[in-house]
Design a protein around this ligand. Structure first.
Ligand code: ASP
Length: 314
C-alpha cells in the first residue's frame, strides 16, 4: 500500500511504502523542474491556501512554487494581519476559510498538535508545514530524497542529527522516517538540548561530537531555536560553536564521503562553519532546497489523487 491518506500531518502514520511512493514521485518532479517547460497539471482547477502562523521563508515559498507548477490557484494568507489578531480562534479562521471551498490548506503553527486539530474541522486536505516542536513531514521527506539521491539508498545508513534536538520538529520527523526506512540515527547534543523521554526514540545519544560523528554517512545540523526556548540552554554561542559547531575538522570524524545537511535558516559560526556550508564537495544544503519543491509537488499531487479517488461519482 502506498500513500492513501487524506491529509499529510506527520511522518508518524506513514509506512515505508507510503514514504517510498512520495519520494519516487518527487524524483520525477525533480526532472520536470529542471526542464525549461516545467509545468504539470495535477492541481489544475484546485485552490491551495497557505496559512502560516509562524514566519517562514523557504517553506512558504516552496509550497507556493510547488502549487503553481502543478497549476493550482495559490493564495497566501498573511496570518498576523488577519482576524487572528482580532481574537478569532484558529478553528474559526479555519472554518471560515473552509467555507470558501479550498482543496488544500497548508498550515504552519507555533503550537504542537494545532494542525491535527484543524484537520478535524475542515473538509479539504491539510498539509502540515510545521507545528511547534511536533512534526515537519515535508522537511523529513525532502531530507530523505536528498540522502537517497546522494547515497543511492535510505536503508542501513548511519545518520547523525546534531544540536538543538529538544525544540526541533525537523529532528522528530527525521527520526521517525529514518527509523522506518531502517537507517540508524545518532543524536549529538548537550543534555539541555535533548527532549525528555529520548530513550524511547530508538536512537543512540552522544554528548561528544568526536564520538557521535564516528563513521556516519550523513551529518544533519540544527539551528538553536531560541524562539522556543524559555531560559538559558547554552552557556554562550562561542562555547557552543567550539563544542558542537560543525567545521571541516569535526567532519573528519565521519566517513570520508559523509554529506552535510541543514534545514535552514542557518546560523553561520553558531552551529556550522560558513565555508563548510558552502563547500559543494560536502554540503548538500542547496540540493535540500531544490528537493523541497519537488517533494511538496509530489505530496500535493498524491493528496489530490487520494481525494479524487474518494469522491463518490454522481
Ligand atoms: N525551518 C525549520 C523549521 O521550520 C528549521 C528551523 O526553523 O530551524 O522547523
Amino acid at each position: 500500500m502506498g500513500f492513501t491518506d487524506r491529509h499529510l500531518l506527520g511522518i508518524e502514520p506513514l509506512g515505508p511504502a507510503a514514504i517510498t511512493e512520495i519520494l519516487d514521485r518527487a524524483d520525477r518532479y525533480v526532472a520536470l523542474n529542471r526542464d525549461p517547460g516545467r509545468h504539470a497539471d495535477a492541481l489544475a482547477g484546485a485552490t491551495l491556501i497557505n496559512m502560516f502562523f509562524e514566519s517562514s521563508t523557504r517553506t512558504q515559498a516552496s509550497f507556493e512554487l510547488a502549487g503553481k507548477r502543478l497549476g493550482a490557484d495559490v493564495m497566501n494568507m498573511a496570518m498576523q494581519a488577519s482576524s487572528l489578531s482580532k481574537g478569532e480562534t484558529l478553528i474559526d479562521t479555519a472554518t471560515t476559510l473552509n467555507a470558501m471551498g479550498p482543496d488544500l490548506l497548508v498550515v504552519r503553527h507555533p503550537h504542537s498538535g494545532a494542525v491535527n486539530l484543524l484537520a478535524e474541522k475542515v473538509t479539504c486536505a491539510v498539509l502540515n508545514a510545521g507545528d511547534g516542536r511536533h512534526e515537519h513531514p515535508t522537511q523529513a521527506l525532502l531530507d530523505a530524497l536528498t540522502i537517497r539521491r546522494a547515497k543511492g539508498r535510505l536503508h542501513r545508513l548511519s545518520v547523525a542529527i546534531c544540536g538543538d534536538i529538544a525544540h526541533s520538529r525537523v529532528a522528530r520527523s527525521n527520526i521517525l522516517l529514518l527509523n522506518r526506512m531502517e537507517s540508524r540515527v545518532r543524536l549529538i547534543a548537550p543534555p539541555t538540548l535533548l527532549p525528555k523521554g529520548i530513550e524511547g526514540f530508538g536512537v543512540e545519544v552522544f554528548e561528544d561530537m568526536e564520538e557521535g560523528l564516528r563513521d556516519v554517512d550523513v551529518v544533519m545540523m540544527l539551528r538553536l531555536q531560541r524562539e522556543r526556548m524559555d531560559g538559558g540552554f547554552v552557556p554562550s554561542e562561542r562555547e557552543y560553536y567550539h563544542r558542537y559547531g560543525l567545521d571541516h575538522d569535526k567532519l573528519a570524524f565521519a566517513k570520508p564521503d559523509a554529506i552535510v545537511m541543514h534545514p535552514g535558516p542557518m546560523n553561520r559560526g553558531v552551529e556550522i562553519d560558513g565555508t563548510l556550508a558552502d563547500d559543494i564537495n560536502r554540503s548538500v544544503i542547496r540540493e535540500q532546497v531544490e528537493m523541497g519543491v519537488a517533494v511538496r509537488m509530489a505530496a500535493m499531487d498524491l493528496l489530490a489523487r487520494n481525494w479524487r479517488a474518494a469522491e463518490v461519482p454522481a
